[in-house]
Design a protein around this ligand. Sequence first.
Ligand code: HEM
Length: 181
Amino acid sequence: MKGIIFVKLNQFVDELWGEEFWDALLQEAALPSEGIYTSVATYDDEELFTLVGLIMQKQELSAQQAQFAFGQWMFKELLLAAPPEAHKFTDVFEFLYGVQAVIHVEVKKLNPEAILPVFEFIQETDNSLSFHYISPRKMCYFCEGIIQGLAAHTGQTVSVEQPECVHEGGNRCVMKVTKVG
Ligand code: HEM
């Protein structure tokens, strides 16, 4: 996983619980990188899962709560690092199509070692969009949070549900985004 995700996790934890809490996480995690992260480098995914696991344990959060909160906070940070095309989308559905068609494609060109999730669009109605979230990392809760952060950015209100989820016994994750109100 790209360093930007770790650098931002560090910032997110600092903002919520303070630097001492981050330092305590690093001490307990005893990671190969020692927690010294730079945005452009790439680190083992396991380091992210270890850190998030410790946050869950120490803050008594479920995987869903922890990843969702980080994703929701993370959207505005991703947008700062996004290619110019990202700024032309004004609607959540348009943006989600844009992530798959343009944004993640550009990210991959700039960072060939990045592993981006694939979104396979299944169905669109007037007020809902469903897609299959495909990633070996199984970070669908993080994805749910990013989508809520995106909706805050476009000024829309959406609900995000997963009619199927690998963490709930499903064979795959299906994200269903519905515009409400
Ligand atoms: C705003 C522009 C965006 C940029 C610049 C961006 C960039 C990135 C980058 C750099 C990573 C790390 C990949 C790696 O280290 O291998 C990532 C991961 C991810 N992105 Fe995006 N992203 C953006 C928007 C979105 C949106 C709107 C969604 C949700 C619908 C999304 C879903 C994800 C997920 C779920 C991951 C975690 C990795 C995984 O699931 O395998 N991204 N993105």
